[in-house]
Design a protein around this ligand. Sequence first.
Ligand code: C5P
Length: 228
Amino acid sequence: MTPPRVVALVPAAGQGVRLAAGMPKAFVPLLGRPLLWHCVQRLLASGCIDAVVVAAGEHHRDRARAAVAEAGDQVRIVTGGAHRCDSVRAALHTVPDADVVLVHDAARCLAPVSVIQAVVRAVLAGQRAVVPVLTVVDTIKQVDADGCVVATPDRAALRVVQTPQGFTGDLLRRAHQLPSGPVTDDAGLVEALGVTVTTLPGHPHAFKITTPFDLIVAEAVAKAVGSG
Ligand code: C5P
């Protein structure tokens, strides 16, 4: 029997406006290498991904190809879209044969190999949709349009969601066919189908690099853990 084909999609077509680095976030250097390089390096180092599809900005495909050149033909570059979900959809279209699909933000380039492996293992073991999560340490307030507090949800029931998120290929393809506005993660689309999304422990290193502060933290983390 052929083993299941496991593919990782990497949305990397964001502008990185909040990082304000003068270039798309995926190409911002971290210890001398683009964030995209770190992301793809970890995915492949997990040993459980057959192929990676990177969605890059329309005018940045060559740069993306150069950033991951050393990975060879295990990595393909496609053109992303206006929103993250458009970029994921564009990448997903190119892998109709994938049995398991991970979606992993280029901006979470320090997600440990152990988390990547755990997500793949969970889907191979029968979970159809899996997301890595952290508990919430801060108290969260819900506010109205004027910034006035309207509710204080019980933080024990809240989770911060990370990537890689893992899905069976069929389910993710069905989820992306749904008409929807721009959603911020793929599990949200699966939830809209009424399918249960399960969680597993995420990791602090899988945080999303968004602001200049995050980049300082990322440099400290990358120095401490190396490229693995
Ligand atoms: O904007 P945000 O930080 O939520 O983006 C998360 C990930 O989605 C980033 O890796 C970014 O490059 C990617 N993205 C994309 N296409 C877009 C917008 C964001 O691939 N149009």
